[in-house]
Design a binder for this molecule. Structure first.
Ligand code: MUC
Ligand code: MG
Length: 372
């Protein structure tokens, strides 16, 4: 059944508390939702997010939408969703960059193709290997005591026992002290990792990672700016604690060079960053060949985008650092009728058709800047 319409919405979703990263503090985040409708009225839905408008990724929410609507949607009209690999191949040749836009288009095609066949999307991506993946939570309230309280509550309800601390804002020594206090409070029950989101230079990284390693941090994510692959390589060489490439690992070509030069020794996957679920699998294969540990990353998508990412993560062999698809818990509301389930600290892979969650169209209408 051919696709007759492709729609793109921008939704503004409020968070339950401020979420502080080195480059911005999120209280409301724009998510971008794709909707492919076939001639029978069957729908495929997708979602990506981009943190802080223009402060994190290179595509703004507005650019993601306009580039889909103007340049990419025409590739899917009149086509069969099951041809998503061919369609994305064509789009890959016709459009440079714009990975977030590509991920939205591809996701809606895959969800639709799976729903047309009545199967989970992971069946179209090779089939699932995992039934669940350990789920990390990001402590980023901007206040050490509040983070400790939050971590203890989440441990008590068995939702998370991996905590990623967002640091890099303000004085680096104060950042390190914040991490020390959290490890002192919950380090015997949980793994603690840190994400600096490019905020430190190499000298600061050398000085601070030494202390973080001594305190027992389990992984250090993107300490230096994207462009500084050489510093990433020296830090990887210098420390035992794993150094994760996040912002610096976008295209398959970046990942190949990171692997070749050991500019990091683990990789955060994110479908929006790589340009879709198929590209995510390619990045994962390069990382696997390099012997890297993987992390099932998020750009803090809500339940729909998390289910989309989870569909491909379920097909990838191993996640040494688990996944951080916690987005549905950070938003005050959701745009799906149901949500992803967590049991004993693990996110369960849904087995229903498509990405496994039903979209609540009235909620999309309510939160969309423009619904049509
Ligand atoms: C990032 O850089 O990893 C993921 C979790 C979170 O809190 O922020 C994102 C982005
Ligand atoms: Mg990161």
């Amino acid at each position: 059944m051919a696709i007759k319409e492709f729609k793109t919405y921008i939704l503004d979703m409020e968070t339950v508390r401020p979420h502080q990263l080195s480059m911005t503090t999120i209280t409301s985040q724009a998510i971008i939702v794709g909707r492919a409708i076939d001639e029978d009225g069957t729908e495929g839905w997708s979602e990506v997010a981009n943190i802080g408008g223009i402060s994190y990724g290179e595509q703004t929410p507005e650019a993601i939408k306009i580039n889909i609507d103007t340049y990419l949607a025409k590739f899917v009209i009149g086509r069969e969703a099951k041809d998503f690999n061919l369609i994305m191949h064509e789009i890959g040749h016709a459009a440079k960059g714009n990975n977030y836009s590509k991920a939205v288009v591809e996701g809606a095609l895959i969800d639709l193709a799976a729903r047309q066949k009545g199967i989970p999307a992971y069946e179209l991506l090779g089939g699932k290997i995992h039934n669940s993946i350990p789920l990390a939570w990001t402590l980023a309230s901007g206040n050490t005591e509040r983070d400790i309280k939050e971590a203890k509550e989440l441990l008590a309800i068995k939702r998370h026992k991996i905590f990623k601390l967002k640091i890099g804002t303000g004085d680096p020594d104060a950042n390190v002290e914040h991490v020390r206090k959290i490890i002192e409070a919950v380090g015997d029950q949980a793994k603690v990792t840190v994400d600096i989101n490019q905020a430190w230079d190499e000298d600061t990284s050398v000085r601070c990672i030494k202390k973080l390693q001594d305190y027992g941090v389990n992984m250090v994510e993107q300490p230096v700016p994207v462009w500084n692959y050489e510093a990433m390589a020296r830090l990887t060489q210098k420390f035992d604690v794993p150094i994760m490439a996040d912002e610096s690992s976008t295209y398959i070509h970046d990942c190949f060079l990171i692997a070749k030069h050991r500019a990091g020794n683990c990789i955060a996957l994110k479908p929006c960053k790589h340009g879709g679920l198929l590209e995510t699998k390619k990045v994962a294969a390069i990382a696997e060949a390099a012997g890297f540990g993987l992390y099932g990353g998020t750009m803090i998508e809500s339940s729909l985008g998390s289910a989309m990412a989870l569909s491909v993560y379920s097909t990838i062999s191993a996640f040494e650092f688990g996944t951080e698809l916690f987005g549905q818990f950070l938003y005050k509301d959701r745009i799906t009728v149901d949500e992803l389930q967590v049991k004993d600290y693990e996110l369960i892979i849904p087995d229903k058709p498509g990405f496994g969650l039903e979209v609540d169209v009235d909620k999309v209408k309510f939160y969309a800047r423009d619904f049509y």
